[in-house]
Design a protein around this ligand. Structure first.
Ligand SMILES: [Fe+2]
Ligand SMILES: [Fe+2]
Length: 263
């Protein structure tokens, strides 16, 4: 049997890594062992790799047998500004374990906006947990709600025209709630309907779903906003429906003043 092995951090192991190892199988190896270097997130990296290594020819292993594969194309982790190098199952695992989502937001957004989304994520995750939803749902929706907000204006308009032309006539400042939802679904492979709904309604605040209300509120009162949010934050934890009404009315006044909505 012609065996080989590859050693790496694989943070995470991606579809690209899998394709490259398949090339080596085609070159004549019968079995390739994938050895993960110990360290941070070892258990999570192992689980992520395991989701892709489902064939008997390429397997996670502890044993270095045969020839070592050294290929600089391997073990690059996530490079782009999407999750297309992950499978839907891997994304599901990553989202549920609060992995790679913050990293993606950091790579995509300016420092200023990254600070905002991280504050929203912290608050939304705490509120989600407080109201009986999984922590990760608030965390993911918080980090991703503004993921398309800094897109180039012309490109953004074209994207809306192509993907959801029914919103083209709305104020451009609202585009990002629609594009972020579509982008999260198509390019980030997010399938969780609560998270998608929360992203897709964070400006309008028109959804009745609990997570969507939590993210709507968190986005308007997070710690990066520069006002004393002590009272309204406390109200969110005490009585979310009441806080939601207060914040929604404040937001309506704000949008009216800026001309983003009209009476
Ligand atoms: Fe936003
Ligand atoms: Fe925001």
């Amino acid at each position: 049997m012609n065996k080989a092995y590859v050693r790496g951090t694989f943070d995470p192991f991606t579809l690209k890594d899998l394709d490259i190892l398949k090339e080596y199988l085609a070159k004549g190896y019968d079995f390739i062992a994938v050895l993960l270097i110990d360290g941070e997130k070892c258990e999570e990296r192992r689980a992520m790799a395991g989701l892709l290594l489902t064939s008997p020819e390429i397997q996670l292993s502890e044993e270095a047998e045969g020839e070592e594969i050294v290929d600089e194309r391997l073990d690059q982790g996530l490079l782009g500004k999407d999750f297309l190098s992950l499978s839907a199952e891997q994304v599901d695992y990553a989202v549920k374990h609060c992995l790679y989502v913050a990293e993606l937001a950091k790579r995509t957004l300016s420092d200023y906006r990254y600070h905002h989304v991280s504050c929203v994520a912290d608050l939304a995750a705490a509120l989600a947990e407080h109201y009986g939803l999984p922590y990760y749902k608030g965390y993911a929706a918080g980090y991703l709600h503004d993921i398309t907000k800094e897109w180039d204006k012309t490109y953004h308009k074209e994207y809306i025209a192509a993907k959801c032309p029914e919103y083209l006539e709305e104020n451009e400042k609202k585009y990002h709630q629609y594009s972020a939802r579509i982008f999260a679904k198509e390019n980030l492979r997010i399938t969780d309907e609560d998270i998608l709904d929360a992203i897709g309604n964070h400006v309008n605040g028109t959804s009745e779903k609990l997570l969507s209300k939590i993210v709507f509120c968190s986005d308007k009162i997070d710690d990066s906003r520069g006002f004393d949010n002590t009272e309204i934050k406390a109200l969110c934890f005490e009585d979310l429906p009441k806080a939601y009404e207060v914040i929604k009315e404040r937001q309506r006044q704000h949008l009216l003043k800026k001309g983003i909505v009209h009476e």
